[in-house]
Design a protein around this ligand. Structure first.
Ligand SMILES: Cc1cc2nc3c(=O)[nH]c(=O)nc-3n(C[C@H](O)[C@H](O)[C@H](O)COP(=O)(O)O)c2cc1C
Length: 330
């Protein structure tokens, strides 16, 4: 759609300029309501089901801008207790022809104290924000056996500003993180996090598209029994289709080549959960790049949709474009 000047910039520069650019632009945007397919879950009200995925605004630096652009909900993070820098070397690439992204960022973020201040400031100046989801993670130097401590720390810090939480153990870019999905480690890791929440706010688990079917079912069963309120399907994949010049030994891929995996996992999870999906929140992410893709995931049974790659390959007006197309759906 339209001209994309950011295509002329190297991927990492485009990435660095994206949040300052939308922050500069947002005060001049008309306040248009993006109300379509509104939804209430527990006590959260969503004007529309389309939001930004984890990693888009890691530090809560453009909260008002996302609201102005028409997001139905905003996920911030992944947030770790201590600030941390990105993984060394090249951490981001883009392939415009394939509409694919590759990253191995490794949760670079300003840490929970600084991000908490950003959120407080945004909430004070803009009281009517859409639901804020806080994506929880661990610092890379925290051992897996102590991982839940980090998730609990961030949750406790964010209690007064979060509307919902996302437990992220599905990133491929923090060494060993996905091992927490192993049935031996999983419940022991997740239980203290669920206990800390005490059922106060929706707590979702973000899944990896690389889980085998049987493993996915085990993770769904265990997390359901522990009382999570829903799932995000999916994070990035370590799978590489042929013809993409991305590194094969590290990083995660998103965008169009992830669509099939993510869609298949959504169908698989819904089928496995059956009636247990009632009163749970199911969020689909992965390769959703057009309004038709959004509609398709909703038709498959997702309650909410998240995008990252669409913001790179379509642009920040994606939310408005989808809303214009579907605003007659309530
Ligand atoms: C550059 C980049 C950084 C990301 N960082 C995070 C992150 O910090 N936490 C997280 O849960 N997911 C992160 N993701 C994954 C996205 O939230 C999303 O699950 C994935 O990109 C699939 O959606 P998409 O195909 O619309 O991009 C990141 C993705 C990209 C491309």
């Amino acid at each position: 759609m339209g001209i994309k000047p950011w295509y002329l910039l190297p991927p990492s520069l485009a990435h660095h300029l994206s949040l300052p650019a939308i922050n500069l632009m947002s005060p001049f945007l008309p306040s248009s309501s993006c109300k379509w397919r509104s939804l209430t879950f527990q006590n959260l009200e969503f004007d529309n089901p389309l939001g930004i995925a984890g990693g888009v605004d890691k530090n809560g630096e453009a909260i008002f801008a996302w609201n102005k652009l028409g997001c139905g909900f905003i996920e911030l993070g992944t947030i770790t207790p201590k600030p941390q820098s990105p993984n060394p070397g090249k951490i981001l690439d883009r392939n415009i022809g394939h509409k694919a992204l590759w990253n191995k960022m490794g949760f670079p973020n300003k840490g929970m104290e600084a991000i908490y201040e950003n959120i407080v400031q945004a909430k004070e100046s803009h009281p009517n924000l859409p639901p804020l989801f806080i994506n929880l993670g661990k610092n890379r130097d925290t051992e897996n056996q102590n991982a839940s401590d980090d998730y609990v720390k961030v949750m406790e810090k964010m209690k007064s500003v979060a509307d919902a939480y996302v437990v992220n153990i599905s990133s491929p870019n923090t060494k060993g993180l996905r091992d927490l999905f192993s049935p031996n480690a999983f419940s022991q890791f997740l239980k203290p996090v669920v206990d800390c929440n005490q059922g106060e706010k929706p707590l979702l688990l973000k899944l990896s598209p690389d889980l085998e079917d049987e493993h996915l079912h085990t993770v769904l069963d265990l997390s359901y029994d522990l009382g999570v309120d829903g799932w995000i399907l999916t994070n990035t994949t370590t799978f590489r289709p042929q013809g993409l010049p991305f590194p094969t030994d590290s990083g995660g891929m998103s965008g169009a080549p992830l669509a099939h995996l993510s869609e298949r996992m959504l169908e698989n999870a819904l089928k496995h959960l059956g009636d247990r999906r009632n009163n749970k929140l199911i969020i689909s992410a992965g390769g959703i790049l057009t309004p038709e893709d959004v509609k398709r995931r909703l038709d498959l049974g997702a309650d909410l949709i998240q995008v990252y790659s669409a913001l790179v390959f379509d642009g920040p007006f994606f939310f408005k474009r989808v809303s214009d197309k579907f605003k007659n759906i309530q």
